[in-house]
Design a protein around this ligand. Structure first.
Ligand code: GDP
Ligand code: MG
Length: 397
């Protein structure tokens, strides 16, 4: 096979099973396939309600309090509807992002951090964190200690996360200091360099600047990546408001975005319980209900949009009579890597990519028309993929 279309690959069983096998494995494998965002927060803040709203899993609130749950959320993309009109495919598949619901964190009053054990492992493996903050009144649901107000919860969580990283950095400092004692002259420079870095990052973190927001060179970030620091991850803060405030979250978002700009947070306001209930309705009923409530954007769409912003993600598109589909990649991902998102064979046997921008395709009215007016480009392995690129990968295996 010297040339095959993406669609042919998408139809074969092997593709499905490859994906399934990968998803059953560790985060390192998931990393290039899916972006995953870990939902965390104080007990009874609405984590599971939000997870249900995002993934439409209809998990009862209060459930999973002792466990972890993974689910995929669809990324809204108006371009898919237009492409569907143009190609009349058998199948339409939106891009997806993975969210992970986590067990309640422990109590920080104990000797160890409230974020230890399994939760810490999950956090270290995630691409980003979503901190759910209780901003609703509900006399029937007790308020967690240390999270009486949104302010307290945000400060408290940031402190917990900082403590995790400070402990990691202190351990590293100790090791480096002791290895410096017996080090040969040739090794000293490297150890001293890392010690300087670790000390600098540690001190800035103590001054309440998360590693994510610190001014650190690319090279130093690579060194730090080995330690899986949790404050190095981008974080979204979801203010979980009550039903009465659900229509008017914009002001709150602006205010909190300003207050948390030092920490580099992306802020979203929504009512998790209401969003969960709305997500269970049919599309028509949901739209009608939202209209009557005056909520313009679905909470899950808002969070997906914020997740894209947080992780600097874009979508590329594939389109044909079999399937129209959107794929999530990091901005500027090379064409060859992006091909691997579809199938590892396409990445391995990459020849080139036929690319037309979504806008050019729409303006031309079809693939053949776009080709005729010279809007089709042939791009090589290193081409930096752009949002809305409609792609056909040519490959040979
Ligand atoms: N009134 C109100 N109650 C909520 C909201 N979100 C969650 N709850 C309630 O708070 C309790 C805990 O919610 P859950 O999602 O299980 O929180 P978790 O412990 O953080 O996973 C449940 O009884 C929910 O019904 C909300 O937006 N408004
Ligand atoms: Mg829960």
């Amino acid at each position: 096979m010297t040339r095959a279309s993406v669609e042919a690959i998408l139809c074969c069983d092997e593709y499905e099973s490859t994906l399934l096998v990968c998803q059953g494995h560790s985060h390192t494998l998931l990393y290039w396939l899916d972006m995953d965002l870990l939902i965390l927060g104080f007990p009874q803040s609405g984590k599971t309600s939000l997870f249900s709203a995002l993934t439409n899993r209809q998990v009862a609130p209060g459930a999973y309090s002792g466990g972890t749950s993974n689910g995929m959320a669809k990324v809204p993309d108006e371009r898919l509807a237009a492409l569907t009109k143009m190609f009349k495919p058998q199948k339409v598949t939106p891009a997806e992002i993975q969210y992970i619901d986590t067990p309640a964190m422990g109590s920080g009053r104990k000797q160890t951090s409230a974020l230890g054990g399994e939760l810490l492992n999950l956090m270290q493996g995630a691409d980003a964190l979503v901190h759910v903050v209780r901003a609703f009144d509900n006399p029937a649901v007790s308020v967690a200690e240390g999270a009486a107000t949104p302010e307290e919860a945000i400060v408290g969580m940031d402190l917990e996360l900082a403590m995790v990283d400070l402990a990691i950095l202190e351990r590293r400092k100790e090791r480096l200091t002791s290895s410096l004692r017996g080090a040969k002259a040739t090794e000293r420079a490297n150890i001293e360099k890392e010690l300087e870095l670790v000390t600098r990052v540690h001190d800035a973190l103590e001054a309440e600047v998360p590693v994510y927001k610190q001014d650190i060179s690319k090279e130093d970030r690579l060194t730090l990546a080995n330690f899986n620091l949790v404050t190095a991850k981008p974080m979204m803060v979801v203010l979980n408001v009550g039903e009465d405030d659900a229509t008017d979250t914009a002001k709150m978002e602006t205010e909190w975005t300003g207050r948390l700009s030092e920490q580099g947070r992306v802020v979203v306001g929504l009512c998790a319980e209401l969003e969960m209930e709305l997500a269970e309705l049919s599309d028509e009923d949901e739209a009608e209900f939202r209209d009557s409530l005056g909520i313009k954007e679905a909470g899950r769409d808002h969070v997906a949009r914020a997740s894209y912003e947080l992780l600097d993600l874009v979508s590329f598109l594939t389109a044909g009579p079999d399937e129209v589909r959107a794929w999530t990649i990091a901005k500027e991902t090379s064409a060859q890597k992006a091909a691997g998102k579809i199938h590892s064979d396409i990445e391995r046997g990459f020849i080139r990519a036929e690319v037309v921008t979504y806008d050019d395709l729409m303006a031309a009215g079809g693939l053949a028309e776009a080709k005729k007016v010279g809007k089709f480009r042939l791009e090589g392995k290193t081409y930096a993929m752009q949002d809305g690129d409609v792609v056909n990968f040519l490959f040979s295996v």
